[in-house]
Design a protein around this ligand. Structure first.
Ligand SMILES: *Cc1c(COP(=O)(O)O)cnc(C)c1O
Length: 358
């Protein structure tokens, strides 16, 4: 079968080295003669996997011992609850920015545990830009933002100076570029966008922030418990963390500086074609265009189905926009190669030729 170019928004494309290592480990994990998914998570071979994955996150982001790294379950969505459960309480206020569906869900959950101050929202323009003009109150319990809005295709390239602990949902752009992770008290990311398969969520938390956590939190939702037990309070997502470890090895071998150049090259190539080709139009304010999720529409909406079919025939997969916004979305996560973007651009040009002939 010829190569399928995978533009899926998540679960999404992973490096071939991680897929190959996973296939092998399903047969024979770390020389045990057993499958990765049939050995104890307390075996020394598996403990080595969790330890290496944890250390790789710290190495890649240049984090020291003042941060804890854990792998949890429940997706990024459970973090929408765990954050206010651990750090908010009645009478306290948390500051959120509403930049889309995921940010909105985080706000909805936080309201169950305390007051929420929505500092800014781009909802009036269907979330097609990143609000920048707001002040973070210095008495907030924390400030929460979403670095990349997967559904709308907007990305925060700069983070504010926050007078209170800064928490960020980086599910869909973590490890796509260098950034100063030490500005954050907490970072979280569902694995399945840019780090691994579905089933685990990375949580990075500063020890000094963890100390401020509420005392009474149910055990499985309590960050302290998971940190104290090194992601092994209960059975972790064994397979997912293994794949993350191999993806993280690949990310580290490239480095975030080179990863950014690679990602910028891919995004620039696609946006240039969207802007040149009169059949297509980008949906996002130019300065906030995401390098991970490129959202665009056909000027003539009636051509959308035909274009998607045209793409499918060329082995271009996963280009349909999120069901809540429609249109087209090409996700260009770390592991996607430039040649895949080139193939999409070629399809857009061929489609343009085919429609101008008719
Ligand atoms: C996909 C996504 C989520 C939800 O992740 P789940 O793991 O499905 O809960 C949350 N935030 C962002 C930014 C996402 O892209």
């Amino acid at each position: 079968m010829s190569k399928v170019h995978n533009f899926s928004a998540g679960p999404a494309i992973l490096p071939q080295s991680a897929i190959d290592a996973s296939v092998e480990a399903l047969q024979n994990f770390s020389g045990t003669g057993l499958s990765l998914i049939e050995v104890s998570h307390r075996s020394k071979e598996y403990e080595a996997v969790v330890n290496e994955a944890t250390q790789l996150v710290k190495d890649i982001l240049h984090l020291g011992d003042d941060y804890a790294v854990i792998f949890l379950q429940g997706g990024a969505s459970l973090q929408f609850d765990m954050i206010p459960m651990n750090f908010l309480s009645p009478g306290k206020t948390a500051a959120y920015v509403n930049t889309g569906v995921w940010a909105g869900r985080a706000i909805k959950e936080a309201k169950m545990f305390g007051e929420v101050n929505v500092l800014a929202s781009s909802e009036e323009k269907n979330f097609n830009y990143i609000p920048k003009d707001y002040t973070i109150p210095s008495d907030a319990a924390y400030y929460h933002c979403t670095s990349n809005n997967t559904i709308y295709g907007t990305e925060m390239f700069e983070f504010p100076e926050s007078p209170v602990p800064m928490i960020c949902d980086m599910s869909s752009d973590i490890f796509s570029r260098p950034f100063d992770a030490t500005k954050f008290d907490m970072i979280y990311a569902g694995a399945q966008k840019n780090m691994g398969p579905a089933g685990t969520t990375l949580v990075i938390i500063k020890n000094s922030f963890l100390e401020k956590a509420n005392a009474k939190v149910p055990t499985m939702l309590n960050y302290k418990i998971h940190v104290e037990n090194g992601s092994m309070y209960n059975t972790p997502s064994v397979f997912a963390i293994f794949v993350c470890m191999h993806t993280l090895r690949w990310i580290k071998s490239i480095g975030l500086e080179a990863m950014e150049i690679r990602n910028k090259g891919k995004a620039d190539m696609l946006y240039a074609e969207i802007d040149r080709n009169h059949l297509f139009v980008g949906t996002v304010a130019k300065e906030d265009r995401s390098r991970m999720n490129v959202n665009f529409v056909l000027n003539d909406k009636s051509q959308e189905e035909a274009f998607l079919k045209f793409c499918k025939e060329r082995n271009l997969s996963g280009l349909k926009g999120h069901r809540s916004v429609g249109g087209l979305r090409a996700s260009l996560y770390n592991a996607l190669e430039l040649e895949s973007v080139a193939a999409l651009v070629q399809a857009m040009q061929d489609f343009e030729k085919s429609t101008s002939i008719n």
